[in-house]
Design a protein around this ligand. Structure first.
Ligand SMILES: C[S@@+](CC[C@H](N)C(=O)[O-])C[C@H]1O[C@@H](n2cnc3c(N)ncnc32)[C@H](O)[C@@H]1O
Length: 260
């Protein structure tokens, strides 16, 4: 993101501030933080939620007993998260900023957690920042990350909207690209930024190949998503190994040398 970092981040911030302009702090929040089956007791742990978003995950983490910190580029998201914590009589430290460049102390967090956020970040910068703020024996968990692991999907996407992360088209024919300016599904080349320090476990989550067609053709139409998703389920049933070429993954980062 180097040359125009400020301008791009401003665009990204405006995009998400609009999304989080309206919210209900008193919304009932059920469920637990998705740790992707990692056996981690959050009680007393210093946990960073990267991109507090809707604020729900901050509440879930605080309920599990973690000392919760959160960061988001959107000031609305951060205000919402603060209000949600207060409405649930919980506490946490929420800051506005770019997750790839924080002012948290080094070697501070036991757990760094994010949902659908890794693909928003500048990987070169975030790899250094994650290495700096995560404790030596800490774990980073990123759930529900979109990927380009399916080459057909990547080819179709890039043909429609363009390559890279900057200056892509929003609309082509009847297809609409959603999301902010900078986000892009994860690729092996993105993950390689982290691999000097971390070994990364990749856990396929949702296949979503045919379903993705409905996302661009019928944006926001949940019924069509579900219908197209059924075709995915059938394909997976017939050919279970194709799960590795799915769209959505969980990534677990563990240090290669936890003692250092
Ligand atoms: C797809 S949303 C996911 C939000 C949240 N994880 C959730 O599930 O509600 C992406 C989030 O990333 C945030 N974001 C985008 N770029 C960011 C950056 N550079 N630093 C911090 N947050 C960022 C957005 O403001 C938004 O809240």
């Amino acid at each position: 993101m180097d040359k125009d970092t400020g301008e791009i981040l401003d665009n990204v911030k405006t995009f998400w501030d609009d999304k989080y302009a309206v919210f209900n702090a008193n919304e009932e929040i059920e469920g637990e933080l998705n740790l992707a089956n990692q056996n981690i007791d959050l009680k007393g742990k210093k946990l960073l939620i990267v991109a507090v978003g809707t604020g729900k995950e901050v509440v879930r983490a605080a309920r599990a007993g973690a000392q919760v910190y959160g960061i988001d580029v959107s000031s609305n998201a951060v205000s919402n998260a603060r209000a949600m914590l207060a409405a649930n009589s919980l506490s946490g430290t929420m800051v506005v900023g770019d997750a790839a460049q924080t002012s948290f102390d080094g070697n501070f967090f036991d757990v760094v957690w994010g949902c659908s956020v890794l693909h928003h970040l500048d990987h070169e910068k975030w790899a250094k920042e994650l290495d700096r703020i995560l404790k030596n024996d800490g774990t980073a968990i990123f759930v529900e990350e979109p990927t380009f692991f399916n080459r057909v999907f990547k080819f179709a996407y890039e043909t429609l909207f363009g390559k890279g992360r900057i200056g892509r088209r929003r609309k082509r024919f009847i297809f609409t690209r959603r999301g902010d300016e900078f986000e892009k599904p994860m690729e092996e080349s993105d993950l390689s930024n982290y691999e000097d320090q971390f070994s990364i476990e990749k856990i396929p989550y949702k296949f979503m190949f045919i379903e993705k067609i409905s996302h661009v053709v019928f944006p926001g139409n949940g019924k069509m998503y579900a219908l197209f998703g059924k075709v995915d389920s059938f394909l997976l049933y017939l050919f279970p190994r194709i799960k590795w070429y799915g769209y959505s993954y969980h990534f677990i980062y563990r240090r290669k040398s936890p003692g250092n």
